[in-house]
Design a protein around this ligand. Structure first.
Ligand SMILES: CC(C)(COP(=O)(O)OP(=O)(O)OC[C@H]1O[C@@H](n2cnc3c(N)ncnc32)[C@H](O)[C@@H]1OP(=O)(O)O)[C@@H](O)C(=O)NCCC(=O)NCCS
Length: 166
């Protein structure tokens, strides 16, 4: 059995989340857009968590954390911009550098797909990935997402669009 758990973000996660984001700041910045420097403080992460939980409460966002067996946060995943009338949402995820290559992003995306179906009754998921992000593309491919051929062919675009019908 995997020693890792994927669960919904909680208000009590602020300190652990700050530690996780700070430890992996450079790693994330080498793959995805940098966060505002003000984010890296108890107040910054506190406001971030509050915003995510408010969006969760109104059914617009479902934020998750991935924990190891010692309840340390090792990754994050989100169902973003949930649009219930249209039945769609976007997926996003990030895994701490020390924990990459163990299937955690794949585990998290599978959980996102299951939650999108069972809890939110969605039928379509999308993801936007920088074209050089081979690891992320591999995760999506393994979880059944298909790359939009147009976005793949257009090399002037930084990002490629992936989608999955569920
Ligand atoms: C991309 C990311 C989420 C992958 O997380 P992960 O937990 O390592 O992913 P998994 O282990 O489930 O699968 C990754 C796969 O890609 C492969 N991979 C990773 N980097 C690779 C690279 N540069 N070239 C080729 N394959 C690569 C891994 O070997 C693995 O495949 P395998 O299981 O067949 O060996 C993680 O590297 C990360 O958080 N990066 C920074 C943030 C980010 O890019 N988020 C995604 C934004 S769209």
């Amino acid at each position: 059995m995997t020693p890792f758990t994927v669960r919904t973000l909680e208000r009590a996660d602020i300190d652990a989340l700050l530690a996780f984001e700070t430890e992996n700041r450079e790693w994330f910045q080498s793959h995805i857009d940098a966060r505002d420097p003000a984010f890296y403080s108890v107040q910054g992460v506190g406001e971030h968590v509050q915003a995510y939980l408010s969006d969760f409460a109104v059914g617009a966002w479902h934020p998750f954390v991935i924990e190891d067996a010692n309840a340390h946060i090792v990754g994050r995943a989100n169902l973003k911009n949930i649009n219930s009338p249209l039945g769609c949402a976007e997926v996003g995820y990030r895994i701490g550098q020390r924990f990459c290559g163990q299937g955690l992003a794949t585990l998290a995306v599978r959980q996102l797909i299951q939650t999108a179906q069972r809890r939110w009754h969605l039928t379509q998921l999308v993801a936007h990935v920088y074209r050089h992000n081979v690891g992320s593309s591999k995760v999506l491919d393994r979880c059944g997402f298909l790359v939009d051929p147009q976005s793949w062919a257009d090399e002037t675009q930084k990002e490629c669009r992936f989608s999955l019908s569920i």
